[in-house]
Design a protein around this ligand. Structure first.
Ligand SMILES: Cc1ncc(COP(=O)(O)O)c(C=O)c1O
Length: 468
């Protein structure tokens, strides 16, 4: 059986067991593009619609329950709807507080303090999404340096904002093309691309453009680009070069912040960025994001900044929303207080999954490699990417491999394996996804048993990972 016929069989089964979701998708699509408001939440033939999420599980409108490794775009470190956050929010709402008021409130200071405890930065400003936070970080860096070029890494995803929609996942002779229509004229030439974990390429780009580059923005742990840690030497070299060329180093910690310990990942690399961007987990399930940085850069968003230097980072009806701040404070405090239990547990389960998946695929002759190995950065990596390879590669070290169809079969990962795991009762993303503190050892073992059943079937069907 080839990939297509396996896929068709899986789709047939999926449709049979998701009749209500199918109907809701059809109805929703009359009012919403692809039945929803986020393209990543869609998958073919239609997504299932959740009605209840708790801990490790999600139940859909048809009554199917899945063990979930998507976990709120990888933000839910304690699992879905953790009681600790819900209880605190309920109490807060019962007191008659929690909705937006348009006043500064008493909680911003506390969340800022908590984050600044674990990252070497002077000031923080809150906004509502990782996208906005990365956009403001770019504006601050351009204003501060009075330079126009922005350097980003191929495969880097920083949200859908106009300064960075280049070289994300479309691989046409490399990750270096604009990936959206509707962008400002001339934006293509103002974004310089460099390759992740490639020190030589970084040095060459700095030699060529260094004095014109306002900032280098990089995820020290690459999220959407394949769950890959920046090598220590690479991230440290990025720090040295940016300092030497007076370019700002922006570390996007939207995924990595609070994921590997109750703080930022940059401290594990032993470096300090000029600006850092946080999102996802810092709101404990509510929408909060933040930019943290040095005093003199952050001061550019003050009303007192010089008019020709002032960055209009000041909107946001829902910025620093009280309920979000309250949830974030509760969540981060809990992570800090239970750091020694949470991170070793989820890291141990992550390691078990990476090892288990690679071994079982290898036993049946498939060349499959996992990413998310913490290497010498952290022992506690709970994120797992799974990559179906055409070529023999020992390790995946860059999104340039992940998105190159000559190297990896993304269709198998995102479509076939996804549906196969759903059929087994597991919702995965990018080949597996995020382990939360709510997942149990037996759920993790059950997911590995499911992978084994799938691989055995594929072996029996004589499936080959053929090049496009
Ligand atoms: C590294 C990174 N930065 C920024 C963003 C954008 O965040 P948001 O979706 O909250 O706008 C994301 C989202 O996935 C991300 O992974």
């Amino acid at each position: 059986m080839n990939k297509k016929s396996i896929m068709n069989k899986l789709i047939e089964h999926y449709i049979q067991s998701h009749k209500k979701s199918k109907a809701l998708f059809k109805e929703s699509s009359q009012y919403l593009i692809i039945g929803g408001s986020h393209n990543l939440r869609f998958f073919a033939p239609f997504p299932f619609y959740d009605v209840f999420c708790s801990g490790s599980k999600v139940t859909d409108i048809d009554g199917n329950t899945y063990i979930d490794f998507w976990q709120g775009h990888f933000a839910n470190i304690l699992g879905h709807n953790p009681k600790i956050v819900l209880d605190t929010l309920l109490e807060y709402f019962k007191k008659g507080e929690g909705l937006a008021t348009g006043f500064p409130g008493i909680y911003q200071k506390e969340l800022a303090q908590l984050i600044l405890k674990r990252i070497d930065a002077d000031k923080i400003r809150f906004t509502t999404s990782g996208t906005l936070a990365s956009m403001y970080a770019i504006m601050l860096s351009k204003a501060f340096t009075k330079r126009d070029l922005v350097m980003k890494v191929g495969g880097g995803w920083h949200g859908s904002q106009p300064f960075l929609l280049k070289g994300i996942s479309i691989y046409k002779q490399g990750l270096n093309q604009l990936e959206s229509a509707g962008l400002p004229i001339g934006i293509d030439s103002s974004i310089i691309m460099t390759k992740f974990n490639d020190i030589e390429d970084l040095e060459e780009k700095f030699r060529k453009y260094g004095e014109r580059i306002a900032c280098l923005i990089v995820e020290p742990f690459m999220g959407a680009g394949g769950f890959i840690f920046g090598h220590k030497k690479y991230i440290q070299r990025a720090r040295e070069l940016t300092s030497r060329f007076k370019t700002l180093l922006i570390l996007d910690e939207v995924v990595s912040g609070l994921r590997f310990h109750a703080g930022s990942i940059q401290t594990l690399y032993g470096i300090k960025s000029d600006l850092s961007v946080f999102g996802k987990a810092i709101g404990g399930g509510m929408p909060v994001s933040a930019i943290a940085g040095k005093n003199d850069i952050m001061a550019l968003c003050s009303p007192e900044a010089k008019p020709d230097e002032k960055v209009k980072f000041e909107g946001g009806t829902f910025s620093a929303h009280p309920a979000s701040l309250f949830a974030g404070i509760t969540f981060i405090k809990y992570l800090m207080e239970h750091e020694n239990e949470i991170y070793p547990k989820i890291g141990h389960l992550g390691a078990k999954v990476r090892k288990g998946i690679q071994e079982v695929f290898s036993t049946y002759g498939f060349n499959v490699k996992c990413t998310g190995y913490g290497d010498n950065i952290t022992k506690h990596s709970s994120l797992i990417g799974v990559h179906f390879l055409h070529e023999h590669i020992d390790r995946i070290t860059s999104p340039d491999q992940v998105w190159n169809p000559e190297v990896c079969d993304c269709e198998i990962r995102e479509k076939v394996f996804k549906l196969a795991m759903l059929e087994e009762g597991f919702n995965i993303f990018h080949g597996y996804g995020a382990i939360s503190y709510a997942h149990t050892e037996s759920e993790i073992q059950a997911s590995l048993d499911a992978v084994e059943r799938i691989v055995k079937k594929w072996h029996k069907y004589n499936l080959h990972l053929s090049k496009p």
